[in-house]
Design a protein around this ligand. Sequence first.
Ligand code: PLP
Length: 498
Amino acid sequence: MQYISTRGGIEPVGFSDAVMMGLARDGGLLLPECIPDVSDRLAAWAALDYPDLAFELMRLFVDLPDKDLKQLVQTSYAGFRSTEVTPVVQVGNVHVLELWHGPTLAFKDVALQFLGNLFEHILKDREQDLNILAATSGDTGSAAIYGVRGRDRIRIFVMHPKGRVSPIQEHQMTSVTDDNVHNLAVEGTFDDCQEIMKTLFADLDFKDTYELGSVNSINWARVLAQVVYYFYGAFRVMERTGAERVRFAVPTGNFGDIFAGTIAARMGLPIGRLILATNENNILARCFCEGDYSLGEVHATLSPSMDIQVASNFERYLYYRLGESPETVRILMKTFATTGRLALPFSDGESIDGLIVAGVGDTEATLQTIREFHEEHDYLLDPHSAVGVSVGRRFMDESEPMICLATAHPAKFPAAIEQATGNDLAHHEVIEALADIPTRSDVVAAEADTIRAYMVSRIGKKPDAVDDEPETVATDESELSEGEPQGVAPEQNDEGSE
Ligand SMILES: *Cc1c(COP(=O)(O)O)cnc(C)c1O
């Protein structure tokens, strides 16, 4: 399988190159040049356990030997706390697909445990190093850190918006003090972090010299790993109910998770509707309901991992929705970059593409849903999952059971649970074990240059970078001799979380 860019500006590359590239070199996102139709394999696949299903599905998209892929998949999912990896439980009249049985209790582990192993495999093969730069609104950071901590040939730099991720999420990230892990508390929003990331990845000299890589949801391997649980969840629910089609409700931020659902549908999985659920940060809901994709302010909500305005994976959807035309994508993304808005020609009726419908689950709906599920079913939803459930329940259909993606364990958000139920109910041993571990992070200004300097100082200078710019090097050295690059204030912090 070859991979192309949504903006049409690169020669097709293989899977391993696509994974290492992260963002395409022309600023677009990478996509497989075709999506295989597996309709005739559904019956056979329905009998497989999670790792075998993952193996069969992924092998259609990768360029690794079968035996290596099989090993990678086995290793990646062996550490999950459920033998099913992503079990489905029926709660009232919906089916909850629990995606949080990985090491950090968030659905992002499903993709990032795999990606960490995949990176290690490719780097060993190529005898290369990798410096991962990531922006996180919460769960990506810890899941990425747990995916690569202590690994050879990999360093990770994770930017989080200072004070805007939950205390537990912050603690989960900053309590990992392996030498190859760098936590950056950026004085800005998550969108600022994403913008810095885009700027640094667009600096091709820097990217090449410093072997930059990405684990954000723009990485195709993450999308691919997420396609698997749509199949797994649909198979379980179709078995149990006898239904021939299912719906999925997806709490959405960066459009990575739900995009994986659109790929599953394109591959032939019988998905009747994908329900896109946002919190008050509703750019995507507005887009799918009104055709208005325009930037607003970022609001802090109970579901911080969805406090996002620019959804980085949306470009992939646009590419397909606009007839696979890189020209059109280029023009639209340019317009969006300059004006902060797009009027999209596709808000026509119940569903704009026959698949996606959207709605907003605001704070009140989130709390109400958590309370109701607790009182009526003795089941605790985390606030992100509750957004999905609350919107999903507006789109119920008799013949198509509703599968609601549960994206985090409630113990990651105990304050919201207490606010909803009046009681301190959300606990998990993994979170409790964090309480006494010291943390480490550096506070940095929300500027690409500052982050670049920080990375250079931690990675050490590369010979190529020294050659043509002796003056820059002198400056770097003087900064280094002071211990920290300019604009970077070290922060030691060993407070417990909540
Ligand atoms: C990241 C995240 C989401 C949003 O997923 P996207 O792929 O960004 O749409 C939802 N819930 C939780 C708990 C998350 O960590």
